[in-house]
Write a protein that binds this ligand. Structure first.
Ligand SMILES: C[S@@+](CC[C@H](N)C(=O)[O-])C[C@H]1O[C@@H](n2cnc3c(N)ncnc32)[C@H](O)[C@@H]1O
Length: 257
């Protein structure tokens, strides 16, 4: 019998929710939006996330009623949409997050418990919303599926990070190449209405994550490593040998400056 492996990105998101809930009292899984007058401090993170939600709300096209929230996280944003009288369905491939959505929203939404690419329904939506979920989905498939699920004159609202051709190493792993996205998008019948760059307003979150790694992540990694090397040197060597590439990748992605 084959056993499906647990996806590390999903575990990362679930862990993010658990930590965010406990330490920051937030149920959102997005980066946040920092206007100039909001001090960049971790205590202001929930406020930045609320700003981000407000920003998305303010860009929902007039006349929109039915929204498909693709990659709904814990359902927090869907909840706010429902409070604003939108009709909402959710796409959620993570079992853990899907349970959170059910707990939060009960029968008020239909949840498709699968990846977007696999959604099957007769329903059509006025808007397919991708709030920091587009990066996880193959571009071509996401656009094809959206054409299938959107009503005539329906909208796509994508708010996510993309890789540009800027020099240097990106502080974030993942994200689609912006030029590749635009190239593929141009082959579809979608018409661009707005294209807003909010890098400046979201970047402070990277600063906060960076500070967290320096203040907590590095010391924690070094303490664990020192403990294993001094108390279990043989086991430690075996681990380092067996997971050499995995550890190098973790160091490169999360711990290199
Ligand atoms: C960073 S969270 C964003 C959550 C929420 N939209 C928000 O703004 O707080 C990414 C979400 O995308 C979902 N996701 C990952 N791969 C997906 C896929 N192929 N199709 C649909 N959703 C996906 C994850 O389960 C998670 O809910």
């Amino acid at each position: 019998m084959s056993r499906k492996k647990v996806d590390s990105k999903e575990v990362g998101l679930e862990l993010g929710l658990v930590l965010g809930r406990y330490f920051l009292k937030t149920d959102d899984l997005h980066y946040g939006y920092w206007p100039e007058d909001l001090e960049v401090d971790v205590v202001n993170f929930p406020k930045a996330q609320k700003n981000y939600s407000d920003f998305i709300f303010s860009h929902i096209p007039e006349g929109t009623q039915k929204i498909l929230d693709v990659g709904s996280g814990s359902g927090n944003f869907a909840k706010r949409l429902i409070e604003k009288k939108f009709s909402v369905d959710c796409v959620s491939p993570s079992k853990y997050l899907t349970n959170q959505i059910h707990d939060k929203l009960g029968e008020s939404v239909e949840v498709f418990p699968c990846i977007y690419e696999d959604v099957k329904t007769e329903k059509h939506y006025d808007l397919a919303l991708f709030s920091e979920s587009f990066q996880y989905i193959n571009i071509q498939e996401a656009l094809e599926k959206s054409l299938e699920l959107l009503s005539e004159n329906g909208y796509l609202l994508i708010c996510d990070f993309f890789r540009t051709d800027a020099k240097g190493r990106s502080p974030l792993g993942g994200g689609h190449s912006l030029s590749n996205f635009q190239e593929i998008l141009s082959q579809f019948s979608f018409e661009e209405i707005e294209n807003i760059d909010i890098t400046k307003e979201t970047a402070p979150t990277i600063q906060i994550l960076d500070d967290f790694l320096s203040e907590v992540g590095f010391p924690f990694r070094d303490m664990i490593s020192r403990y294993f090397q001094s108390n279990y040197p043989g086991f430690s060597k075996l681990l380092n040998w067996k997971f050499k590439e995995r550890f190098e990748k973790i160091n490169r992605v999360y711990f290199s400056g």
